[in-house]
Design a protein around this ligand. Structure first.
Ligand code: 13P
Ligand code: SF4
Length: 358
């Protein structure tokens, strides 16, 4: 818990103190930051990126301490893919991802048993989990010949899973699963939604037997708020504006957007866009605001009216970052993310498979 000493500090008061602590720690630390982090945090990170880039960077870092400014599944992934000589810290361990919470391994195991009862043999099903899941869910997939994917490699990974002539169970984001499958020409009648609260996912035995892809009924509460109606209104107002979305948005919106991709894809698209171009972006507000600020020569707006903010990403504040850094300066290692060895052993199989395929 953050102590009073840090709680009373304003953001501007934290800035020089973070700077000083970083200087004292030097090469001992490497700070990673996801694109959805606040500007006050992003200014101190050594690398910024989407989930795939950040995990690749974590795997390569030479520093002993990796400080992960993002949500906890990202820090867990960094711990899984780095050796015991690296220590991963997360400034606020309460910053989990609600989508990852929707697919606990216990629920997945139950669904798998139900599936087995109906189809007889689950060795014909490849479990694929979005990286936005906890280590135990990744381990479940790794143990069964499955794989992890991110928003930037989901096409490749799903293509690989389907190329084995097997069925696919996709966790936890139904939208990423469906939107990616559409890109591979899989139609909605070949997919079913597995409602995790219901027995047999709420599906008839016939539906379970005939489906090619089972989509877990998880979603991102932030991206679910972007609506097709918002796209229609914006296009009507300005037919020239380009619609750029993250693949966690619902199907209808994804189908009609001009471009869709990971947060890094969104950043690259805007960086490469011509001066004067106009964009409505369907992703988290911190990233959209930063893009608008960094590209005053382009018109950039948020797609839709409600402010779509990831409150979990927002939990990482300068105060929490300072606390983590100053503790290290005082030889106190706090907020360590350590995945148990038995889970790591299986989760790494699913992550390594992803790296090989990417
Ligand atoms: P990216 O991998 O595209 O950065 O997505 C992570 C995420 O949590 C999006 O909601
Ligand atoms: Fe999770 Fe959505 Fe936040 Fe991404 S934006 S970390 S998927 S809740």
């Amino acid at each position: 818990m953050l102590s009073e000493k840090y709680k009373v500090l304003s953001d501007p008061e934290c800035m020089p103190l973070i700077e000083q602590a970083k200087k004292k720690l030097g090469d001992k630390i490497f700070i990673l930051g996801h694109h959805y982090q606040r500007d006050e945090v992003i200014q101190f990170v050594d690398a910024v990126g989407d989930s795939l880039m950040l995990s690749q960077t974590a795997a390569k870092t030479k520093s002993k301490y990796i400080i992960f400014c993002g949500v906890t599944f990202m820090a867990e992934t960094a711990d899984i893919i780095t050796g015991d000589d690296k220590i991963v810290l997360h400034p606020d361990l309460s910053a989990g991802c609600p989508m990852a919470d929707m697919a606990p391994a216990s629920q997945i195991r139950r669904a798998w048993k139900e599936l087995e009862k109906v189809i007889g043999d689950t060795s014909n099903v490849v479990p694929v989990t979005y990286i936005n899941s906890y280590a135990e869910t990744k381990a479940f997939c790794g143990e069964r010949g499955g794989v992890v994917c991110t928003s930037s490699n989901a096409d490749k990974i799903l293509k690989w899973a389907l190329s084995q002539n097997k069925k696919v169970f996709f966790f936890p984001d139904q939208h990423l699963g469906r939107n990616t499958a559409h890109r591979l020409s899989i139609t909605n009648d070949q997919m079913v939604l597995w409602e995790r609260e219901k027995e047999n996912g709420g599906l008839s035995e016939d539906k379970i037997k005939s489906a090619k892809i089972y989509l877990w009924n998880g979603c991102c509460p932030v991206h679910e708020r972007f609506k097709y109606d918002d796209l229609k209104t914006i296009r009507k107002r300005d037919p020239e504006i380009k619609i750029l979305v993250h693949p966690e948005v619902p199907e209808e919106l994804a189908n009609y957007a001009d471009y869709m991709g990971s947060t890094q894809y969104i950043v690259n698209k805007i960086e490469q866009a011509p001066k004067g171009s106009k964009w409505a972006i369907g992703t988290e507000i911190h990233l959209v605001s930063r893009l608008a600020k960094n590209h005053p020569d382009k018109k950039i707006i948020l797609l839709g009216t409600p402010i779509c903010m990831c409150s979990m990403m927002d939990r990482i504040s300068p105060q929490y970052l300072l606390w983590t850094l100053e503790s290290l300066v005082n030889d106190k290692v706090i907020n360590v993310v350590k995945v148990p060895e038995n889970i790591t052993q299986n989760a790494i199989k699913a992550l390594d498979r992803m790296f090989e395929l990417t």
